[in-house]
Design a protein around this ligand. Structure first.
Ligand SMILES: C[S@@+](CC[C@H](N)C(=O)[O-])C[C@H]1O[C@@H](n2cnc3c(N)ncnc32)[C@H](O)[C@@H]1O
Length: 264
């Protein structure tokens, strides 16, 4: 069951009762779509967008509102009914009309109503913008496993930008393993999300050496889902076992060690 609530900027947010998980930031659903997803990609020309976890489409709608000359947008959402009603949720009439038209008769926006793990395996295009907006990893790790992230990053153009709200260590670690340059999305001095590109010139606030080194700790052990087929519980349990057996130090031990080294 899905409930609605009003977020901090007055825009509507959704809450999934079974998962006990919100779809949108309580501080502002529309603000989140702009600040974490669209503002970091404002300079990309002729956007070819992959919107993973479309939901009610705030990220796609905000992209349509702020980006020019969009080539195409591919949206993935497992909850078909939710996405098919997305044009009824608040946004400007002009943008909602574009969504409604494309849902009924796809023009430049295409929808994949299925598990994103299946879609990313089958897509063979390159995107210059990828939005990744799954539920939190401790609820739905299948959309944050290193194997899923490798498949997603494989779809990113060399000059493209990947963005997500997520900046947890396992996700940063998975991204780091692809060799991509990772940066922080910063707003009002707050670290609010992650941006990554193979063109390091496109990344302003790169992760520091310290932050990269901290990925070699237990807390950064990635979620694994080799065949993109495990369920959430299996992925969480396997990671727990891997952490228990791991010879890596904990994040707090790493920080302590670094602090003591800098004093000496
Ligand atoms: C955090 S919400 C995304 C909110 C969305 N970006 C919006 O603007 O409304 C996560 C979304 O992922 C969808 N989802 C969950 N598991 C999925 C999966 N395996 N594949 C594709 N979508 C999935 C949920 O139905 C939900 O709409």
């Amino acid at each position: 069951m899905i409930r609605t609530f009003i977020t901090g900027d007055g825009s509507l947010g959704l809450y999934n009762v079974e998962l006990d998980e919100i779809y949108h930031s309580k501080f502002g659903a529309k603000t989140e779509a702009y600040e974490k997803f669209v503002e970091p990609v404002l300079n990309i020309k002729n956007p070819r967008i992959l919107d993973i976890c479309y939901g009610i489409g705030y990220n796609t709608k905000t992209a349509i509102e702020y980006l020019n000359n969009i080539d195409f947008i591919d949206c993935i959402e497992i909850d078909e009914a939710l996405a098919k009603n997305s044009y009824k949720y608040e946004y400007s009439d002009s943008v909602n009309k574009i969504i409604e038209k494309n849902l009924k008769n796809p023009d430049f926006i295409h929808f994949y109503f299925e598990d994103a793990r299946k879609t990313v395996k089958n897509l063979n295009k390159k995107y210059n913008i990828i939005f990744h907006d799954g539920f939190a990893p401790y609820k739905q790790p299948e959309l944050w496993s290193e194997d899923f992230i490798f498949a997603v990053i494989n779809l990113l153009d060399k000059e493209g930008i990947y963005v997500t709200y997520n900046h947890s260590k396992p996700v940063l670690n998975a991204l780091n393993k692809t060799g991509i340059t990772i940066g922080k999305t910063i707003k009002n001095d707050k670290y609010i999300g992650t941006i990554a590109s193979f063109n390091s010139d496109l990344i302003k606030n790169k992760l520091s050496d310290f932050e990269i080194e901290a990925l070699n700790t237990k807390s950064a052990i990635t979620y694994k889902d080799k065949d993109l087929s495990l369920n959430s519980l299996q992925i969480l349990n396997n990671r727990k076992k891997e952490i228990e057996k791991s010879p890596l130090i904990t994040l707090s031990a790493f920080i302590k060690k670094k602090k003591s080294n800098s004093v000496i």
